[in-house]
Design a protein around this ligand. Structure first.
Ligand code: AN0
Ligand code: CP
Length: 315
């Protein structure tokens, strides 16, 4: 059974990108593949893009789709084993997951880092229980440590817009008022490490990502230096990994502004969205012709459809 929880599960990234280009050009070519198959999308957290693009992807493949918002309308779920359930949680994940497995052929899960325990988050406690107990192929719609469908869409967007074979790609931390997960930057770093692009990560001190995701990659604490000559600027906030889940800085000198973009090689701007304007990026940069945030979001359908297609082909 094929699960999809990391971009590294593509044996061949180039082939996966080619498959995505085919899906993009022929969105309804595989309608027979999903006929009478049901995708269940389970959300423990909010979503706009993932929710809509994954539904659209499944529908393009001829699938039926069900969406469950665990925190709205379903029973509150206990996730710890051994707990005396005398509180507000009416059901345990250990029953809920196999029940969901009875109703679906493929299950997508969104389960963000909870920032309660670094170990629980980095062992993907929730996602792995779906893999273990649902009996069905499971794909991540952003779990605690990775957001592979986002990364796949990001990489397709870069592929479509790059002007040289080895573009310079800078992933920069930017300020945000609340603690955000490391899933998007971890995953992007993982994806870029599979390419031969000139890739640099810029973040303030205290914000280095988990070593398992940055091994062999260039990391600098000097944003201006990183931006020099960049062809793509990928902005993202994340909370500290070292001081797990904490917001150590809201330094607005890290906001991606017109002045910052002037240091680059007329770079394209990327962000996974949702984005807080004038915290992460200024209005003029996100509205500029170099901003790819909308085509990047559009590619989320292509990414999800390509992965769902691979899963269906393996059923
Ligand atoms: C989430 C995050 O940073 O991981 C989802 C991004 C796709 N963002 C927010 O919660 C604002
Ligand atoms: N980029 C992304 O995953 O957006 P949503 O959180 O809206 O799904």
């Amino acid at each position: 059974m094929r699960h999809f929880t990391s971009i590294k599960q593509f044996d061949d990234l180039k082939a996966a990108l080619e498959a995505a280009k085919y899906v993009k050009a022929n969105p309804f070519a595989d309608q027979a593949l999903g006929k009478n198959k049901t995708a269940l999308l389970v959300f423990f957290n909010n979503s706009l893009r993932t929710r809509l693009s994954t539904q659209k992807a499944a529908m393009n493949l001829g699938m039926n789709v069900m969406v469950l918002d665990v925190n709205q309308g379903a029973w509150k779920l206990e996730t710890e084993r051994g707990v005396v359930m005398d509180g507000d949680k009416s059901e345990h994940l250990l029953e809920a997951i196999p029940v969901m497995g009875c109703y679906a052929d493929v299950i997508g899960v969104r389960s963000f880092a909870r920032f309660e325990s670094r170990e629980d988050d980095y062992t993907e406690k929730i996602l792995n229980q779906f893999i273990q107990y649902s009996g069905k192929p499971v794909f991540s719609m952003e779990a605690a440590t990775r957001h592979p469908l986002q990364t796949f869409a990001d990489m397709l967007t870069i592929e479509e817009h790059k002007k040289t074979a080895r573009p310079k790609v800078v992933m920069t931390w930017a300020p945000h008022p609340k603690a955000l997960p490391q899933a998007v930057p971890n995953s992007f770093a993982e994806g870029l490490s599979m390419t031969d692009y000139d890739f640099v990560i810029a973040n303030p001190e205290g914000y280095d990502l988990a070593p398992e995701f940055t091994k062999g990659l260039r990391v600098t604490h000097n944003q201006d230096e990183a931006l020099e000559g960049a062809d793509f600027v990928y902005a993202k906030n994340w909370a500290s990994y070292e001081q797990y889940g904490q917001v150590l800085s809201k330094d607005m000198n890290w906001t991606v502004t017109k002045e910052k973009m002037a240091l680059t090689n007329n770079a394209f701007f990327l962000h996974c969205l949702p984005v807080r304007r004038n915290m992460i990026v200024s209005d003029d940069v996100i509205e500029s012709p170099q901003s790819l945030v909308i085509p990047e979001a559009a590619n989320r359908v292509v990414a999800a459809q390509t992965v769902l297609k691979m899963i269906l082909q393996d059923l």
